[in-house]
Design a protein around this ligand. Structure first.
Ligand code: ASP
Length: 612
């Protein structure tokens, strides 16, 4: 298999094979070997290809009378049967070598063989190039796991985690501590899964992260904690989310933001797979405000340009009604993105769908400006502009022939979010039409810092919620704002972004009980009683501390360029949070529910009608 496996000393210890199916080379010619594996292909009673986790070996079936039983046995065995083959390694006849196969210089001439388990008709072929539905792949996950891609993904994941442990524990003295998965509900944040208990009306909750425990470990003097932690959020699955997921969870005492950032850069550099090329540190950093203004999101994809340009000042001087209207509001702005070569690569229907998407997702109108081959502009806007002003606009927007500009006027956050989303959508469209904007092998890490401490709640903007979580400390220069005008306070929260995806987030924590109580009670209006254990702990000499969590599934899926995090999880859940192989969640009988004092009101007749 791939490079990272070649460091393994011995794949053949403790087992009854002599070699794996991926390791025989010309140097082994003449040796008698015993291989175990699955039959990948059969060819006309002449040869077969045997597969295991490490590779493929061609087996030549004996054609002489004395070995006719071996030939019969092997040529009658169905594909994916498990067999043992013992034989002699030989060079392939000249001209028949296969340079694409690591074992392509040799073949094994079978002398004896045994069918250890015959395979019945498969629901799908175990070949990476055969397309199959995700539901079928999940139903027969153990078969899907036989594919090279999944084998590769899971082995690379294991290797990276091993390197992370090495870096954290051996090089930097972190302690791997397991924290409980049966806990209780905590305020704010994601929805938690409840677990019934035998005490009537009382429930455990599965933690959305070990946040409280890792802080309590700092109070306990552990100093440096880490865990490959399973986290649970009852939010259904998306391509980059599922109800249970894994974090590399980290907490340190006596650390500041820069300390955590350098630790994570070192950790990623140390565990980064060599075959993906080196990563440069320190990672660049951008404030939340810049990210929103230039990219319309707090997780900018910095692999390509097309940044959002503010043209408010240019247009302010002109007498254009919709522009003046937008600019008259507080936070009013006019901004634009320039799609390079948009007129050549995008069809009219693409432009229409971009505008439609801004309307439906953000309630934002978009005006387009096209730079014609003769350098003149085509737009509803041009009738308001003299020739000189058109040239100025071309300059402000840095437009070239065939570029298309999408312009939006309105409230700052809405305009930025709409243009940020159009920036990504048009990049996808340009790439689908053949223009390469993002290098598929590039990894652009970015720190986003100086987040606001609180944001207005989506469902009720007059109330505040934590931008990260309620334990996040205010920015050192904004501590007094926390008490006077919390909406203006920035935090010591940092996110790590990779190619436009959030792969980590953390913060320096509040370690004063008084400040933590103020945030919970006065700003967030939460009942602080549920967190009395944490508040009390902060009163017993809690050290200053901070930490971070990396989303391991997402990080690995980006490293292996998988379309979904489910491709790097051995047994993932479906979009609706179901295990399609074992069929979980499943019904339990009323008798089984009795000890929990729970009754189900769902009619029996509805059973089995759930969607996948
Ligand atoms: N517990 C946080 C999270 O899961 C990470 C952190 O603040 O360390 O996002």
């Amino acid at each position: 298999m791939k490079d990272f496996i070649i460091f393994i000393q011995d794949f053949n210890s403790f087992v009854i094979r002599t070699n794996t199916c991926g390791e025989l080379r010309s140097a082994h010619v003449g040796q008698e070997v015993t291989l175990y594996g699955w039959i990948q292909y059969q060819r006309q009673g002449l040869f077969l290809v045997l597969r295991d986790f490490q590779g493929l070996t061609q087996i030549i079936l004996p054609q002489d009378e004395a070995h006719s039983h071996v030939k019969k046995l092997l040529s009658n065995a169905p594909v994916e049967s498990v067999v043992r083959v013992t034989g002699i390694v030989s060079s392939r006849p000249p001209g028949q070598e296969n340079p694409k196969m690591p074992t392509g210089d040799i073949e094994v001439k079978a002398e004896t063989a045994e069918i250890l388990n015959s395979c019945k008709k498969l629901p799908f072929e175990i070949k990476d190039f055969i397309k199959k539905s995700e539901a079928l792949r999940m139903q027969y996950r153990y078969l899907d796991l036989r594919s090279f891609q999944l084998q590769y993904n899971l082995r690379l994941r294991s290797h990276i985690v091993m390197r992370m442990r090495e870096y954290l524990c051996n090089l930097h003295g972190f302690v791997d501590v397991e924290t409980p998965t049966l806990f209780k509900r905590t305020p704010g944040g994601a929805k938690e899964f409840l677990v019934p208990s035998r005490e009537a009306g009382k429930f455990y909750s599965l933690p959305q992260s070990p946040q409280q425990f890792k802080q309590l470990l700092m109070v306990g003097g552990l100093d440096r904690y880490f865990q490959v932690a399973r986290c649970y959020r009852d939010e259904g699955s998306r391509p980059d989310r599922q109800p249970e997921f894994t974090q590399i969870d980290i907490e340190m005492s006596f650390v500041d933001q820069a300390g955590i950032q350098r630790l994570i850069e070192g950790l990623l550099q140390y565990s980064w797979p060599e075959e993906r090329g080196p990563i440069m540190t320190p990672f660049p950093s951008m404030t939340y405000k810049e990210a929103l203004a230039d990219y319309g999101t707090d997780k900018p994809d910095t692999r390509f340009g097309m940044k959002i340009v503010d043209i408010s000042d240019f247009l302010r001087r002109l007498d254009i009604q919709f522009v003046q209207n937008a600019l008259s509001y507080p936070h009013g702005t006019v901004k634009a993105i320039c799609i390079p070569q948009g007129a050549r690569y995008l069809k009219n229907k693409d432009l229409e769908s971009l505008k439609e998407s801004a309307k439906s997702q953000f309630n934002q109108e978009i005006m387009e400006i096209i730079c014609r081959p003769d350098g003149s502009l085509k737009s509803l806007l041009t009738k308001f502009l003299g020739e000189k002003q058109q040239l100025e606009l071309i300059q402000v927007l840095n437009m070239q022939v065939d570029d298309v500009v999408l312009l939006a006027a309105g409230e700052h956050k809405q305009v930025c979010s709409a243009l940020g989303s159009l920036r990504l959508e048009s990049a996808d469209l340009l790439e689908a039409a053949g223009l390469v904007l993002r290098d598929p092998t590039a990894f652009h890490f970015l720190w986003v810092v100086d987040f606001p401490l609180f944001l207005p709640k989506e469902e009720n903007p007059t109330e505040l919620e934590s931008a990260h979580h309620p334990f996040t400390a205010p920015h050192p220069s904004d501590t007094s704002l926390l008490y006077s005008d919390p909406t203006k306070a920035r935090s010591q929260h940092y996110d790590l972004v990779l190619n436009g995806n959030e792969v980590g987030g953390g913060s320096i924590r509040i370690h004063s009980a008084e400040q933590q109580r103020f945030v919970l009670e006065k700003v967030l209006k939460e009942d602080s009683e549920v967190l009395s254990h944490l508040l009390e702990a902060l009163e017993f000499g809690a050290p200053p501390h901070g930490g971070i969590a990396l989303g391991l599934d997402r990080l690995i899926s980006l490293i292996v360029d998988a379309p979904s995090i489910r491709d790097v999880i051995a047994f993932p859940k479906s979009f609706r949070g179901r295990d399609l192989m074992g069929n979980a969640p499943d019904y339990v009988t009323p008798e089984e529910l009795e000890p929990y004092h729970i009754q189900v009101s769902w009619p029996l007749a509805e059973r089995g009608k759930e969607k996948l």
